[in-house]
Design a binder for this molecule. Structure first.
Ligand SMILES: [Zn+2]
Length: 241
C-alpha cells in the first residue's frame, strides 16, 4: 500500500511541478504537453515519467542536452514521501483529518514554489478551494468552526497588513497571504489558525534574521515571501490530532 501511495505521490508531484511552472507564466496547465524550457522541444513519453524520466535522461534534455533543474525530481520525491507520511500519520484514525492535512500539503508545494520565485499566491490555488473545504466541513457538522478559522486568520493578517501600510507607507503583506489564510483557517478552525500565525511569524523572523546576516542587509531590506511560512506552519499544525 505504501509503495502504491508513493507512486501516486510521485505523479501528483509531477503535476504540482507543472502547476508551479505554468500558473505564473499564464500557460494552460492541461495543454500543451510539457516542453524543454531551453529548446522548447516536446519531452518524450519516457522523460515524462516522474523521477525515472530524470534519471534515464541523466538530468539533461534529450535534444539540446542542457541541464534540467534538480527542482523537478526533488519536488516529485518530496511529494511522494509526504503522501506516504500523511497516509501513515492518519491511518485508520481520522479520514477527515487526512483530507484536510492533504489539502494543505498539496497546496503548500506549488504555492511555496511560486511565492519564492514571483512573490505571488495565485487565487486559483487559494480562493477556489475555500468553498470546497467549507462544504466538506459543513458535511461533517463543522461549518461554523471552519468559517471562524477562515475569518480569524484572514482578519488578523489583513489588520496587520493595513496597520503596517498606514505606518510605513509600503506594502508589507500582500493580499495573497490574506486569501491563503482563508483556506488554511477553513481547514484548521480558530485555535490552530492562531498557532499557525504564531509559528509562521517565528519561523519567518528566524529565517529573516539569518538572511540579514548572510546578505549583510537590514531587516526591512530583506525580501521574504510569507506564503511558504503560512503554508508549512498550517500543514504542521494540521498534523496535531
Ligand atoms: Zn532542450
Amino acid at each position: 500500500m505504501s509503495f502504491f501511495i508513493f507512486i501516486l505521490g510521485l505523479c501528483l508531484g509531477s503535476f504540482l511541478n507543472v502547476l508551479a511552472y505554468r500558473l505564473p507564466r499564464d500557460i494552460s496547465f492541461i495543454f500543451p504537453r510539457s516542453r524543454c524550457p531551453h529548446c522548447q522541444e516536446k519531452i518524450s513519453s519516457l522523460g515524462l515519467i516522474p523521477l525515472i524520466g530524470y534519471l534515464i535522461q541523466k538530468g539533461k534534455c534529450a535534444y539540446c542536452h542542457k541541464s534540467i533543474s534538480l527542482r523537478y525530481p526533488l519536488v516529485e520525491l518530496f511529494t511522494g514521501l509526504g503522501c506516504v507520511l500523511l497516509y501513515h500519520w492518519w491511518h485508520h484514525q481520522y479520514p477527515e483529518a487526512l483530507f484536510l492535512s492533504s489539502v494543505l500539503f498539496i497546496l503548500a508545494i506549488p504555492l511555496s514554489l511560486i511565492d519564492i520565485e514571483y512573490f505571488i499566491l495565485p487565487d486559483i490555488l487559494t480562493l477556489s478551494f475555500v468553498p470546497i473545504v467549507w462544504a466538506f466541513q459543513a458535511w461533517h457538522h463543522q461549518f461554523l468552526f471552519s468559517l471562524s478559522g477562515s475569518l480569524l486568520g484572514a482578519g488578523i493578517l489583513w489588520s496587520l497588513a493595513y496597520i503596517y501600510e498606514k505606518i510605513r507607507h509600503i506594502e508589507g503583506l500582500g493580499m495573497g497571504d490574506v486569501k491563503y489564510m482563508l483556506i488554511i483557517g477553513a481547514c484548521l478552525g480558530p485555535t490552530k489558525t492562531l498557532w499557525t500565525l504564531s509559528l509562521a511569524s517565528i519561523l519567518g523572523s528566524f529565517i529573516g534574521i539569518i538572511l540579514t546576516i548572510i546578505q549583510r542587509k537590514r531587516l526591512h531590506e530583506v525580501m521574504l515571501p510569507f506564503g511558504p511560512f503560512l503554508g508549512w506552519a498550517g500543514f504542521i499544525c494540521s498534523l496535531i490530532p
